[in-house]
Design a protein around this ligand. Structure first.
Ligand code: GLA
Ligand code: ZN
Length: 723
């Protein structure tokens, strides 16, 4: 730790001013090397932080609490609020994340008096604090004095100040101001007895700033990546339409906004722009992390992620944090989603996969939410059920957003545990009950996480490349994953979400839906995975492109032709009303949206086209016995979910995975395991009574009873059984 500190001290402000000087002298050759060196130093400093992070508090309790905004309420109310939190059994709050204007009302002049008071009031009631760096909303003086800190729109005008998340991430002034408030806060509270950790900013979401500074930074970033213009021209295929670059300064910001007449729409350029804008946010966060680590080495650092959000490379954003936390608002969505929140499980698994460790809930739905209009309310019992779904997938802390519904501003309808009236009513009481139930589980939960035999490759490059070019109408990366993921959910087995660079060997089945960008290195490891006994499931648009977004020159599925035992020489997308009919061992189905004309070389045809006539020699689903494993290919989209259920059942059988509990419709099953223990979670997502067959003679921890071979679950009922 000491070594790290020294490094941090010598790469603080002085380096930033070097960076700023460098910016002025851009295009000088030494600047490039200096930048690479700085980048590497930065990475080393933060990488050195490999401390083990225990997601529970030091006394073994789970963190449970709320997001609290004392600045929204009169001071006389604070202590009463805190007493109510204390009575609810809460032991943590998140504070200050949007309070920059209150903490630094004039540039360089800080006012901590109010936060001092709040912090010590919380200390009085033994409640811990997570402080947010308040940089997601710039104070008005910042926009007035430094208008260039505001992001620039595509039409060349700046965003009008008045909302949040409106800054340019390349702007050196904004980066310095963000560092200054971060340092001031950290210096002020580093010794506060109840400060346990930091949250950086709020929901980093990429950027679409199109200012000259961003363009310059993009060009520099490309130079670090490709070294020579020749290599960039090759990687982007700029000989197409003669769009070759002769100097770095000619490279524009790609513009592929829908409806844009003059779109600069080179898919490879757009993919790099996505990577670059994500990196800008990561760099901004790293600036803060460096300061927080130096001043508060014993506090954890997290950020509140947004689950399935797509504009950031979340693996990169998570890398230098101690723990991932996320904001779960599951009642958004269509009618089915409201009944069975598949996507909240999917998102939780993504969150757990970012660091391959348990995560936190930093904002949890506490009531109806929306800005102009709001959605449905949480029904009796549902609040606890929402929390338990996350707990079952590895959430080790539970923080509700927000304490009390705000009477002012944009989020007057984003309801908290308390209403506008501030009374501790039903939703508060349900949170109290949830906290009590969590406390009953603390001991059993300690040291447990989700362990899975099944993994999905979750890859931001493929997600972005498919957004740029979906290939067939309606294709979306997460939708493709959900087809298989939801079937696993219905079957009662857990799954991990892993990056393409992960070690595959610990899994029995790997799903790689829509893995559009397939570097050779990943293809080679997937081949080995199957040869060594794994089951690989690939599907439409698998392995079409290399890492720079250029189409591979090989016949699909490229390097995996032998693994999958197939050849795809032609393919097509299917217009809305054109369905093909397929049939085989798994049944008869309607195929929609897309069709690979799959030729089975060594593979066995599991499902074949029966209509139309020209498709009858092609396969829709194949299975190839290869090495010690199996390579499956699904070359179309099935209209009904029953195909995916049958497929998953087949795959589980082949992998010798037997679901312990077969959940009825709307009931979710999940497991957490640790040394010598295994916990079974059963969650009824419906408002109907459900009966589930379970192992008997086991300890149900919430009711402290011994199980028989059936369990009755009321609407939104949850049970946790020690196996
Ligand atoms: C996000 C933000 C919160 C709040 C909620 C509700 O999750 O992090 O600050 O704005 O949404 O809108
Ligand atoms: Zn900018």
């Amino acid at each position: 730790m000491k070594k790290i500190k020294t490094l941090i001290l010598c790469t603080g402000n002085s380096c930033r001013s070097q960076v700023n000087t460098m910016k002025k002298a851009r295009c000088m050759t030494d600047m490039f090397f200096l930048q690479v060196t700085l980048f590497l130093i930065g990475a080393t400093i933060i990488d050195a932080q490999e401390k083990y992070f225990n997601t529970f508090a030091a006394d073994g309790s789970m963190y449970i609490g709320v997001d609290y905004y004392p600045e929204h309420w009169p001071e006389e109310r604070w202590e009463y609020d805190i007493q109510l939190m204390n009575q609810a059994g809460f032991n943590v709050v998140r504070l200050a994340e949007f309070s920059w204007a209150k903490l630094e009302p004039r540039e360089g002049e800080f006012d901590f008096a109010w936060l001092d008071k709040v912090m010590s009031l919380f200390a009085k009631y033994h409640i811990n604090v997570i402080l947010g760096t308040p940089t997601a909303v710039m104070p008005a003086w910042c926009a007035r004095k430094y208008p260039e800190t505001l992001a620039m729109k595509a039409d060349g005008t700046r965003i009008v100040w008045g909302g949040r998340k409106n800054n340019c991430f390349s702007n050196g002034t904004y980066r310095l101001l963000s560092e200054r408030i971060t340092r001031a806060l950290a210096e002020r509270y580093k010794d506060a007895p109840n400060l346990v950790g930091w949250q950086t900013d709020n929901e980093f979401g990429g950027t679409d700033c199109r200012c000259h500074q961003c363009q310059n930074e993009f060009q520099d970033w490309l130079r670090c990546k490709y070294f020579t213009l020749d290599e960039l021209n090759r990687a982007w295929g700029t000989h197409f339409w003669g769009l070759t670059f002769f100097t770095w300064g000619e490279i524009p910001i790609p513009d592929d906004r829908e409806g844009s007449t003059w779109a600069i729409s080179n898919p490879s350029a757009s993919l790099d722009w996505m990577r670059f804008t994500s990196w800008l946010n990561v760099r901004f966060q790293d600036d803060q992390i460096r300061i927080l680590r130096a001043l508060c080495p014993d506090k954890f650092i997290t950020h509140n992620f947004m689950g399935l959000y797509q504009n950031m490379d979340y693996y990169a954003l998570a890398k230098n944090l101690d723990v991932v936390s996320w904001d779960n608002y599951p009642t958004f969505g269509d009618a089915e989603q409201m009944q069975i929140p598949y996507s909240s499980s999917f998102a939780a698994d993504v969150m757990r996969g970012l660091k391959r460790q348990n995560f936190w809930i930093m904002e949890q739905t506490a009531g109806p939410h929306g800005w102009a209009t709001f959605g449905r309310n949480i029904r009796p019992g549902e609040l606890e059920k929402i929390c338990f779904q996350q707990l079952a997938h590895g959430a080790d802390a539970q923080i509700w957003f927000r304490w009390r519904t705000c009477t002012v501003g944009r989020e007057q309808y984003w309801h908290g545990l308390l209403g506008h009236d501030g009374k501790p009513l039903r939703r508060y009481q349900e949170a109290v009950q949830t906290a009590k139930d969590y406390r009953k589980l603390e001991k059993a939960l300690a040291g447990t996480t989700v362990k899975s035999d099944i993994a999905f490759i979750y890859d931001y490059d493929s997600m972005w490349a498919l957004r740029i070019q979906p290939g067939y109408p309606g294709n979306a990366y997460q939708t493709a994953i959900s087809r298989y993921y939801n079937a696993c959910f219905r079957t009662g087995v857990n799954a991990d979400m892993i990056p393409p660079g992960a070690d595959f060997s610990q899994y029995k089945i790997i799903f790689a839906p829509d893995l559009y960008i397939l570097p050779d290195e990943v293809a080679i490891r997937l081949d080995k995975f199957v040869r060594d006994g794994g089951i690989l499931v690939a599907d439409c648009r698998f392995g079409v492109k290399d890492e720079t977004g250029l189409a591979h020159e090989r016949t699909l599925p490229g390097l995996l032709a032998e693994t999958l035992g197939i050849r795809i020489e032609e393919y097509e997308s299917l217009p809305a009303k054109l369905n093909y009919v397929v049939a085989g061992e798994l049944g008869t189905f309607s195929a929609i949206q897309y069709a690979d004309w799959v030729m089975a070389d060594n593979a066995k045809i599991m499902v074949q086209y029966t209509q139309p006539w020209h498709m009858t020699s092609f396969a829709a689903v194949t299975k190839n016995l290869y090495g010690k494993g199996q390579g499956w290919y699904i070359g179309t989209v099935f209209e009904k979910t029953n195909f995916y259920d049958q497929l998953v059942a087949r795959l589980l059988e082949a992998a010798h995975i037997r679901p312990l509990v077969v959940p009825p419709v709307g009931v979710e099953v999940s497991f957490r395991e640790g040394v010598g223990k295994r916990l079974l979670f059963i969650i009824n997502h419906t408002d109907e009574h459900k009966v589930v067959t379970i192992p008997s003679g086991k300890h149900e921890l919430l009711s402290d009873t011994v199980t028989t071979d059936q369990i009755d679950l009321d609407q939104y009922g949850v049970v946790v059984i020690k196996l």
